[in-house]
Design a protein around this ligand. Structure first.
Ligand SMILES: Cc1ncc(COP(=O)(O)O)c(C=O)c1O
Length: 290
């Protein structure tokens, strides 16, 4: 199926046909990447863990000094999904917030009026296949580091380049490797390895503290799996029994090949499968409550 643009977006506080959606050429998001975003997965019209995503958005907006407008986010998203006929399927919902339009110059305006865009698209079909059969990842010769990496800022050029490299090598994901040789995270995912039934993931410093990462860590701990947060080198990934990545959109995706090497026996491992199942159960439970 070829991907299509949505017919409507939610912009400046209202639903709007795509062809009428306009953002100023002096919007600071466009000029400087001065803004941030969140991506939430909606299951049959219901966004999962929206409050957690909004809390992360709010805290990053606060750090940047961008006043996040008060919106009935859940209602905005529900209307957008219905309008695009994405209410009875799974969809990816992106909330983008920029500091808004101002006279050009790096110094931000004292009273910014943020631009808020909400857009929804159908899920990438490759995700289902990757979840089921496992996928390939590659190591990148660069990273996205420092405290800014802990926020979902608009500047995703390392991710763009990473995805280009992944695609060229027919991989689902690409992992950042920093100058100290540590593998930090994927372009849009957090990473986990399983060594002798122990689950290890890099600590949430200098990486995006994923909503799914937290959910999976809690699920693993609650089901008796030993969990450690520890920095990982490429060799720790190559020697892992299992390797998987997590994100709101992709949930839990097994990685069975890294660069040219098989991970474990090259098949989806039992712990990954168990966590995929537990995550699905959690999704059902959360959605039943909402
Ligand atoms: C760099 C990066 N790391 C990790 C994640 C996973 O985060 P979450 O589980 O909150 O979707 C993302 C999601 O887009 C990301 O961009």
């Amino acid at each position: 199926m070829t991907k299509q643009l949505p017919t409507h977006v939610h912009l400046h506080g209202a639903l709007c046909p795509l062809q009428n959606a306009r953002v100023s050429v002096f919007d600071r998001g466009f000029l400087y990447g001065d803004g941030l975003f969140e991506t939430v997965r909606a299951y049959s019209g219901r966004p999962l863990a929206l409050a957690t995503h909004l809390a992360r958005l709010r805290s990053s907006a606060h750090l940047l000094g961008i006043p996040l407008p008060r919106r009935p986010w859940a209602a905005d998203i529900a209307r957008l999904l219905r309008r695009n006929r994405l209410h009875d399927t799974d969809a990816s919902v992106r909330i983008t917030v920029t500091r808004g339009t101002a006279i050009p110059g790096l110094l931000p305006p004292t009273r910014p009026r943020p631009t808020v865009l909400i857009a929804a698209t159908p899920l990438d079909e490759a995700i289902v296949e990757a979840q089921l059969r496992g996928a390939r990842a590659v190591l990148l010769p660069f990273s996205r580091d420092g405290f800014l990496a802990e926020h979902k800022l608009l500047d995703y050029l390392p991710g763009v380049l990473g995805k280009v490299i992944a695609k060229r090598r027919q991989a689902f994901e690409a992992f950042y490797v920093n100058t100290a040789g540590y593998v930090t995270e994927g372009t849009t995912t957090n990473l986990f390895v399983c060594h002798r039934r122990r689950l290890i993931t890099p600590p949430a410093e200098g990486i995006l503290p994923g909503v799914t990462r937290s959910l999976v860590l809690a699920l693993a701990a609650a089901s008796g799996v030993r969990v450690t947060e520890k920095r990982l080198k490429a060799q720790d990934l190559f020697s892992a029994d299992e390797l998987f990545v997590t994100s709101s959109v992709a949930e839990v995706v097994p990685i069975i090949k890294l660069d040219e090497r098989r991970i474990g026996n090259g098949r989806v491992g039992p712990l990954t499968q168990r966590l995929q199942g537990l995550y699905r159960q959690l999704v059902d439970k959360i959605l039943q409550r909402s």
